[in-house]
Design a protein around this ligand. Structure first.
Ligand SMILES: Cc1cc2nc3c(=O)[nH]c(=O)nc-3n(C[C@H](O)[C@H](O)[C@H](O)COP(=O)(O)OP(=O)(O)OC[C@H]3O[C@@H](n4cnc5c(N)ncnc54)[C@H](O)[C@@H]3O)c2cc1C
Length: 393
């Protein structure tokens, strides 16, 4: 009698960022899983280094061959639609893939402001590889004395302004409300001091109301010359989940329970910036995306094994901000991500930040070589879980 080989489980991971690559590598703990990773580019993008790519102080891509474990199939394509009931994805190329489980890890993008004239024609983005490359080429054509405006006082805006100013660019940072609203008083002071040192013109409460080819207009009517305007304010996610008829939060993140499983379909599990567990998403960060990726994979592994998946459990430690290549600020936080009034600055901050950037890629490679080895900090408070426990008592 000929033996029939046991059927393998097919898991499709959509999106090869921090969450998706870690999830794919983690799944290799079971040899009976076929793993397909779908990503639109043949290279991994280190988004946390995109401001370096723009300022020409570093690269922001890595070869998937060095990041993915043996046997993971990389399909360079984009998922156009998820047919969750049929357990099938339709790709932009016209191809289709059937799956047993799907991990949704499509990440995030920059936001498009609703009513800012000139934004679409004249503003540059930095949130994805192609936008960052376009901006890099545009800057290369400009003299160093040309005024550059960075819009958005969040961490991406701060890092971009500092990186360019350290290289000698004339930078104005228009914050829109406050500089580093997620930072403590000390953290903000540390960042402000360094930006001042680089000569960045920080306009905390000003807002950009119009972008022109050679200027920005502020809410008080002032017109600032700007040869390149970089829009970092706001956050958006791909609309794939919503387009596919899956429940999302208001922004479009896939709505899941605390095991990261879609509230609509038990075979769809989400991770990273595009996931909204219990409608209470974690902060957009690779600090959250990595642990979410491995926990999403753990949920799939549990389901295949017929055991109950664990509830989301991870903790934040702080926010690390690079301020050029030689300075940085490390804002320490409670495990629920609220900042404490404690920050490390200067060269120590820069070394910690660089170690973290290197560490993210190192951790993906290690998980590829040794599936199951990824460790993350646990114990962060999840308001949704606290509510459920309270209700049970
Ligand atoms: C300039 C900059 C600096 C940053 N600095 C930091 C920092 O210092 N620390 C920090 O924690 N975070 C930082 N972030 C945020 C961080 O990069 C993101 O939070 C992180 O990348 C999220 O990881 P992810 O895996 O969820 O998604 P991503 O890394 O965005 O990966 C998602 C992947 O899915 C792919 N994808 C999208 N749609 C589809 C589709 N339909 N089909 C197939 N694939 C698809 C995308 O192309 C991408 O490759 C920074 C971001 C930027 C832009």
């Amino acid at each position: 009698m000929t033996e029939v080989a046991p059927q393998k489980t097919h898991v499709v991971v959509v999106g090869g960022g921090y969450a998706g690559t870690l999830a794919a590598n983690r799944l290799r703990q079971r040899p009976d899983i076929d793993i397909t990773l779908v990503n639109p580019r043949p290279v991994f993008v280190e988004r946390i280094r995109l401001h370096q790519l723009v300022a020409d102080t570093g690269a922001a891509t890595a070869d998937y061959a060095t990041l993915l474990g043996d046997g993971i199939r990389l399909v360079v394509d984009a998922v156009d639609r998820i047919e969750a009931t049929a357990r099938r994805v339709l790709l932009s190329s016209g191809a289709e893939l059937d799956y047993d489980y799907l991990i949704y890890a499509v990440g995030s993008t920059g936001a498009t402001p609703a009513a800012v004239p000139g934004f679409a024609d004249f503003a540059y983005a930095i949130a994805d590889l192609e936008s960052a490359q376009r901006l890099r080429y545009a800057l290369a054509d400009l003299p160093m004395t040309a005024p550059v405006t960075v819009v958005g006082g969040g961490l991406t805006g701060i890092e971009t302004a500092a990186e360019l100013a350290e290289r000698g660019r004339q930078v104005t940072l228009v914050c829109g409300a406050a500089l580093g609203p997620s930072l403590s008083r000390r953290g903000r002071r540390s960042v402000a001091k360094r930006l001042r040192g680089f000569g960045v013109n920080v306009l905390e409460s000003a807002t950009v109301t119009e972008v022109r080819w050679d200027a920005v207009v502020l809410d008080d009517g002032a017109v600032l010359p700007s040869a390149a305007t970089i829009w970092t304010a706001g956050f958006a996610v791909p609309d794939l989940a919503a387009r596919s008829g899956l429940s999302t939060d208001a922004l479009g993140r896939l709505l899941t329970d605390e095991t990261l499983t879609s509230v609509d379909n038990p075979y769809v599990v989400a991770a990273g910036d595009a996931a909204a567990p219990s409608g209470q998403p974690l902060r957009m960060s690779c600090q959250a995306a990595g642990p979410l990726g491995v926990q999403a994979a753990n949920t799939v592994l549990s389901r295949i094994a017929g055991t109950a998946p664990a509830l989301l459990d991870q903790a934040f430690v702080g926010q690390c901000i690079s301020l050029g290549r030689t300075y940085g600020t490390v804002q320490l936080s409670r495990t629920d991500d609220t900042p404490v009034n404690l920050a490390l600055g200067g060269r120590t901050g820069a070394s910690i930040k660089e170690a973290i950037c290197k560490g993210t890629v190192w951790a993906i490679r290690r998980e590829a070589a040794k599936p199951g080895s990824y460790l993350w900090l646990k114990g962060g408070k999840r308001p949704a879980q606290a509510r459920t426990e309270g209700a049970l008592r």
